[in-house]
Design a protein around this ligand. Structure first.
Ligand code: SF4
Length: 498
């Protein structure tokens, strides 16, 4: 028997693999995906989904898609590119209906091809379903085998399609949507925040650890019209009100009868990805009761307390390092300044820069303000270092602009392990902190000093139970066991040792 209760708001207090050039890849982990769903009869659900995805663009820039349900009929448009490139007034007007599911993608499983773009739409005996997935399954090999044995026709190479097909199998075996989904989720291990559209309603689901975020909102004018999104910034853009998070191991089922909640997993635990808080999610999104801007400022304050230094100005690496830099400045008393200006219109480029541009390094994205930096001892704050390639160029740029000392402060601990739960952090041998000590990295980046925030400091700044986060890329302590063959593909160092 599945426990069911109605829910009120009181119930719960970046670069792509089309271009493999290291020079043009961002030196940051890449987010997997953004998902969005809406149940709003009478509204232009395709357009609302478009704007929701527009706000979630930072979560994936390779492809975008929207599926709408008009009764039994499904309308789908998806393609490679940014949300603003994939959709226009004409194709949005061809997506009528009262339910919509949207997705913006960065590939972590399956290559970057149109066929792998989401939502994944599959047929069942109860009609079509459209599924949008953020996260990564760790038991794909087993699930794939399982599906193939039961004669499933896999069209794509994504784990997301496998989840959709597993649901279809269960439904085709005679179960209804709810029971079919719950059975299918029991076959999935890993990180999955899902939005699933059906002819009768839309579903929001989180895996038993709640690794990736998923929130519920209501359209202000109509409390029975619900929105599901990866982050609250996607609610804000369409004027929806934040209701609450979907809980780990919870499924919300939104139909004409309203919103019903089912706890499909008996023993969920809270293991939200701490990197969502540090870097991935937008600073204006709310997680654990506050904006991430506030959390990131606190990271900066902890960092200043842990690793003070003498300097004239504090600057942040735009945009993600700025809140922590402001926090560092407040705690240290060293004035905050803007020392780097970001070219905000540089998105993904599919054109290789020229050799001379490449030599000028990161200036395509960040330009130093010479009159701010000249003759100054500078503290530069960034949220993380992954490979270290960009950081090194950045330091060179600051020195060329006249900085006499450069002290780098990082508002998270050293990234020593890859992520298997939907973030592309590269293989372990590409993570600078997996192979080098802080002293060695200091030399490699050519900084006067380097300090990372401690793991304890990062978690203390959340003001939450440290156990309620996944921080495996800093510790190697994976909350969901990762099968050995999968581990070996990313733990290249171990592969060499073997
Ligand atoms: S391993 Fe790191 S990036 Fe991956 S879910 Fe855990 S905290 Fe997030």
């Amino acid at each position: 028997m599945i426990p069911k209760h109605s829910v009120t708001s009181d119930d719960y207090p970046r670069q792509n693999n089309l271009m493999n050039d290291q020079e043009t890849r961002t030196d940051k982990p890449e987010e997997a995906c953004g998902v969005f769903g809406i149940y709003a009869p009478g509204e232009d659900v395709a357009k609302l989904t478009y704007f929701g995805l527009y706000a979630l663009q930072h979560r994936g820039q390779e492809s975008a898609g929207i599926a709408t349900f008009e009764g039994e009929q499904v309308h789908l448009h998806k393609d490679m590119g940014l949300v603003s490139q994939v959709f226009n007034e004409t194709n949005l007007s061809e997506l009528p209906g009262s339910i919509a599911v949207g997705h913006t993608r960065y590939s972590t499983t399956g290559s970057s091809r149109k066929v792998n773009a989401q939502p994944a739409v599959v047929d069942t005996r109860l009609g079509k379903l459209a599924l949008a997935h953020n996260g990564n399954l760790v038991n794909v090999a087993q699930l794939r085998e399982d599906l193939l044995q039961k004669n499933c026709n896999l069209v794509t190479t994504t784990d997301s399609e496998m989840i959709a097909l597993a649901i279809a199998q269960e439904v085709n075996a005679g179960r209804d949507w709810l029971e079919g989904c719950i059975q299918a989720f029991g076959r999935c291990q890993g990180a999955f925040s899902l939005v699933i559209g059906t002819p009768t309603g839309v579903m929001g689901v989180r895996d038993p650890n709640g690794i990736r975020p998923l929130v519920i909102g209501t359209l202000e004018s109509e409390p029975m019209r619900y929105v599901l999104a990866s982050e609250t910034c996607a609610l804000d853009i369409i004027g929806a009100e934040f209701l609450r998070d979907v809980q780990p191991g919870e499924l919300v089922w939104i139909t004409e009868e309203g919103l019903a909640s089912y706890h499909w997993y008996q023993h969920p635990q809270r293991k939200l990805c701490i990197f969502e808080m540090i870097y991935f999610a937008r600073p204006d999104s709310i997680m654990r009761g506050e904006s991430l801007y506030s959390y990131r400022m606190r990271l900066g304050r902890h960092l200043a307390e842990e690793s003070p230094t003498e300097a004239d100005i504090v600057i942040g690496v735009p945009d993600s390092g700025v809140p922590a830099a402001i926090g560092f400045s407040q705690a240290s008393g060293i004035p905050y300044a803007e020392g780097l200006i970001k070219n905000r219109y540089v998105g993904r480029t599919f054109i290789q820069p020229t050799q001379s541009m490449r030599e000028s390094g990161i200036r395509m994205k960040l330009n130093p303000l010479k009159d701010v930096l000249y003759g100054k001892r500078v503290v530069i704050v960034d949220d993380s270092i992954v490979r270290g390639t960009t950081s090194r160029k950045l330091v060179k740029t600051l020195r060329e602009a006249g900085a006499i000392e450069v002290h780098m402060r990082i508002s998270s601990p050293p990234v020593t392990h890859p992520c298997f739960y939907g973030i592309d952090t590269d293989t372990q041998d590409q993570l600078i902190a997996a192979t080098k000590s802080v002293e060695e990295i200091t030399k490699q980046l050519e900084v006067d000093s380097l300090a990372y925030l401690s793991w304890q400091g990062m978690l203390a700044a959340t003001k939450e139970d440290p156990q309620s986060f996944c921080s495996a890329c800093f510790t190697g302590d994976y909350p969901i066991p990762v099968p050995e063959p999968m581990k070996r593909t990313k733990l290249m160092l171990e592969k060499v040792v073997v």
